[in-house]
Each structure stands twice: as structure tokens, then as C-alpha cells.
Design a protein around this ligand. Structure first.
Ligand code: 6PG
Length: 474
């Protein structure tokens, strides 16, 4: 008997994904570079479904039904290339290799092109939801050739999370599209988390609320517009007491954030595409800043504000809730802009509404809010920015007084809120009639004859700044 699908790389994510396929009645081939992990997997999980344990790559490939479908769940980068090479050596035309790791989309593009040359399909599939999602239903963002999705899609949709009966899995687009969208998902995840931690920090500093009290605030918020997985687990983490010391857990954790790179990649790509993803960028930089203990220690002696706390507690809590929601809308608007820009750049034809649909469940950023985004694109597929969707525009209008008060309060009492502040700055810049970019263009023309365009005439102009100061077509 042959396997419907195979998983190679049996670390936590690979293990759980293999079990998920088996739980759905599929025969699953399992393989790991070091064989004792495969043996351990079989010892623990053989009763959960139909598994075929393979001792070698050759055996693994041979155990798969054609067209073969092998999912690799290994570390992004060189290890992925090595595994692809080994698998491909034993495969035949029409077979497919699915990379379920957090690969860089540029690598996925390169790998897809190389395997296509050899008659093989390569599907870069973003998989979100952590360990729990992999086991019980992740959100899956597969790229690659549409023909590959025809046979692979039903299997992936089977194991993906479902929301209102709709699987959180859809063919995203060709080659690197799936991994690109997963990368932006992670960037948005960074930004969501940054806004959450700013809310916590501001309320704790301004009002002196305890982590336990703040857990209750987030629990309350999770009943409204902000309802989401990340807000839900914030309640859990803030409410947790460290077993060893009896102190709030959040107070015994070293305050230096780490990252594995997907947020940074999102910003690097946004810089190349010229898309201002300020919410994500601030989140990445805030992590970076936290990781410089020497500078932070040295800077502790710098002057701070006189005022340390805010006056009205209940009002500030509600203000922060609204600021968080408004800033979140901005961050998602920016992320969706980046997806649109890449889609145009690479000819991916990504449907933004479909991305919002598959992010409603399974993934780390899953939230009630994503249904609103889905509706926004459904109502107007060519929305120039999510901010102008009537629902979001109204929410922003509703939030703006609070949002401004929060940023002002944070600045006054010296609590850094780069997420809130940059989101507000983006909102204000985007809605401006005239931007100071006009002056900037003038400066560029002055020092470097870089030319400018005029509001009243077509074409490029240069002013003879060092001569008669008359403008002429450049
Ligand atoms: C997911 C997560 C996952 C990753 C986190 C952590 O969608 O399931 O995004 O891919 O574990 O993004 O990333 P950092 O270590 O960079 O915070």
C-alpha cells in the first residue's frame, strides 16, 4: 500500500502535521534525517492512523503514491535545499515537493523554477498556527503551479482549519506567492504583538495596574472588535504566576525580544517595493532596540518627563482599546498594500479577500476582524487602501480622538508607543491634502538638480538656484 502524502522532518511542526493528515484518514509516510526520531514518532503515534515509516529518502519517495507529494518540514535555508535535492533525485515528472517551512519567497521562486525545469512541481506553502495549529488545523498558504494545487489542494484543505465550513487554505498564486503571503502574515503578527505590548506597557505605567488586572482588561477587550487569538493568549500570559518565585510571570522574563527573521524579511521586501509598512517596521525595530542591553543601561541616566502617570483610569483604558483597534487597521492596510505590490511586481494575481478569508482561522493572527477585511474586499475588490472601506473609515473616525489622546499621553509621560504613534502618523499623512514632500523635492532640486514636477504644468523642471533662479523644463 502506498502513502497519500509524506512528511520529512519530524520536529514538532512536521510531527503534528503528519498526525493531522493521519487523523483525517490519509496514509502518511514519515521520514527524518536521523532515524531515531522516526522510530520515536512511530512508538508514540502509530495507533493514531496509518503511517509508513521510511528509513531512507529513497524508501520514503518509493512509499508515496503518484503523483508523489512530499512535504518538507525542515529549517529554512541550506537544509531545505539539501532535502529538496535528495528528494528530487528519486522523483519522477509530475511529482511534487511541498516546502511547509518559513522559507524566503525569493528562495521559493528559485527552487520552483529549478524543479520545473526537471518536470517536478515545487509548492512553497506557508503554514501558520504553531504546534497546535499543525495538529488540529492550521491556516495554509500554498503557492506554485495551479496544476499542482488541483491534486494537492484537497488534501491540504482537508487538514486546514475551517471557519463557517470554509477551509483556511487556498491557492495563493504561482511560485513564491504562498511564502510571500506567509511572510507578510508574520510581519502583521509582529505588529499585532507590538500594539498589544504597547497597550500593556502604557496602562501599567500610567495607571499602575498589575499584570493580573491587565489580564482582566484584555479579557474584556477580547469580547469586542479586538477579539483574536493574540489578545486571548495575552490574557493567559499576563495572568500567569511564575511557579518558582510566585511573581507575575511577565516580571521574571528577560525583556529582550528575539526573532527568527520573517518580520525583518517583510520590512526588507517592503523597502524594495516602496511600500510603507511602518507598523511592521516599528515592531521589528522595537524588538531590535530591546536587544541592546548595553545601550539601554547607559541610557538609563537620560532625562525623562516630570509627569509619570495619567489622571483618569477608566477613560484611558477605553482610549487605549480604541487606539489599538485603529492602529491595527493601519497595520493590516499596510500589509495588504505590500501583498498587492508584490502581486503586481511578480504577476501573482493574489486575491486579497481570499487571504483575509484563510487568515480567519488556524493562524496566529486569526481574529474576528479578518472577516471585516474579507467583506471590505468583497464589496470593493479594487479598494485603494483598507482605510477607506466604509466600515474601517467609520471605525477610524470613531477612534481618532482616543487615538490622539493615547499618543499624546504616552509622549507626555515618556512611555514609548512606536506602533500607536507611527500608525497615527501614517493615517494623518495619507489623508493630507498637501504633503511637505513638495519642500523636499525643492531641496533635492537645490542641492542636486534632481528636478521636480509642478502642480500646474506637465513634465520635469529644474530651477537655476545658483543663477537666475528661474524654473525651466529639465
Ligand atoms: C506562525 C508563526 C510561526 C513562527 C513565529 C515566531 O504563523 O505559526 O508565525 O511561523 O513561530 O512567527 O517568529 P519569531 O521567532 O520571528 O517571533
Amino acid at each position: 500500500d502506498k502513502a497519500d502524502i509524506g512528511v520529512t522532518g519530524l520536529a514538532t511542526m512536521g510531527r503534528n502535521l503528519a498526525r493531522n493528515f493521519a487523523h483525517h484518514g490519509h496514509v502518511v509516510a514519515v521520514h527524518n534525517r536521523t532515524q531515531n526520531r522516526t522510530t520515536a514518532f512511530m512508538d508514540q503515534h502509530r495507533d493514531e492512523g496509518a503511517f509508513l515509516a521510511a528509513g531512507s529518502v529513497e524508501e520514503f519517495v518509493a512509499s508515496l503514491r503518484r503523483p508523489r507529494k512530499a512535504i518538507i518540514m525542515v529549517k529554512a535555508g541550506a537544509p531545505t535545499d539539501a532535502v529538496i535535492e535528495e528528494l528530487a533525485a528519486h522523483m519522477e515528472p509530475g511529482d511534487m515537493i511541498i516546502d511547509g517551512g518559513n522559507a524566503l519567497y525569493a528562495d521559493t521562486r528559485r527552487r520552483e523554477a529549478a524543479l520545473r525545469e526537471r518536470g517536478l512541481h515545487f509548492v512553497g506553502a506557508g503554514i501558520s498556527g504553531g504546534e497546535e495549529g499543525a495538529l488540529n488545523g492550521p491556516s495554509i498558504m500554498p503557492g506554485g503551479a495551479p496544476e499542482a494545487y488541483e491534486t494537492l489542494g484537497p488534501l491540504l484543505e482537508d487538514v486546514a482549519a475551517k471557519v463557517d465550513g470554509t477551509p483556511c487554505c487556498v491557492h495563493v498564486g504561482p511560485d513564491g506567492a504562498g511564502h510571500f503571503v506567509k511572510m507578510v502574515h508574520n510581519g502583521i503578527e509582529y505588529s499585532d504583538m507590538q500594539l498589544i505590548v504597547e497597550s500593556y506597557d502604557l496602562l501599567r505605567q500610567a495607571l499602575g495596574l498589575s499584570p493580573q488586572e491587565l489580564a482582566d482588561v484584555f479579557r474584556e477587550w477580547n469580547r469586542g472588535d479586538l477579539e483574536s487569538y493574540l489578545i486571548e493568549i495575552t490574557t493567559e500570559v499576563l495572568g500567569h504566576t511564575d511557579a518558582a518565585t510566585g511573581r507575575p510571570f511577565v516580571d521574571v522574563v528577560v525583556d529582550q525580544a528575539e526573532q527568527k527573521g520573517t518580520g525583518r524579511w517583510t520590512v526588507q521586501s517592503a523597502l524594495d517595493l516602496g511600500v510603507p509598512v511602518t507598523g511592521i517596521a516599528e515592531a521589528v525595530f522595537a524588538r531590535a532596540l530591546s536587544g541592546h542591553p548595553d545601550q539601554r543601561t547607559a541610557a538609563r541616566s537620560l532625562a525623562g518627563p516630570q509627569e509619570k502617570g495619567a489622571a483618569d483610569g477608566a477613560d484611558l483604558v477605553e482610549d487605549v482599546r480604541r487606539a489599538l483597534y485603529a492602529s491595527k487597521i493601519v497595520a493590516y492596510a499596510q500589509g495588504f498594500d505590500q501583498i498587492a505590490a508584490a502581486s503586481a511586481e511578480y504577476g501573482w494575481s493574489i486575491d486579497p479577500g481570499a487571504m483575509a478569508t484563510i487568515w480567519r482561522g488556524g493562524c496566529i493572527i486569526r481574529a474576528r476582524f479578518l472577516d471585516r477585511i474579507r467583506e471590505a474586499y468583497e464589496a470593493r475588490p479594487t479598494l485603494p487602501t483598507l482605510l477607506v472601506d466604509p466600515t474601517f473609515a467609520a471605525a477610524l473616525a470613531d477612534a481618532q480622538v482616543s487615538w490622539r489622546r493615547v499618543v499624546a499621553t504616552a509622549a507626555t509621560i515618556g512611555v514609548p508607543t512606536p506602533g500607536f504613534s507611527s500608525a497615527l502618523a501614517y493615517y494623518d499623512a495619507l489623508r493630507r491634502d498637501r504633503l511637505p514632500a513638495a519642500l523636499l523635492q525643492g531641496l533635492r532640486d537645490y542641492f542636486g538638480a534632481h528636478t521636480y514636477r509642478r502642480v500646474d504644468r506637465e513634465g520635469a523642471f529644474h530651477t537655476d538656484w545658483s543663477g537666475d533662479r528661474v524654473e525651466r523644463p529639465a
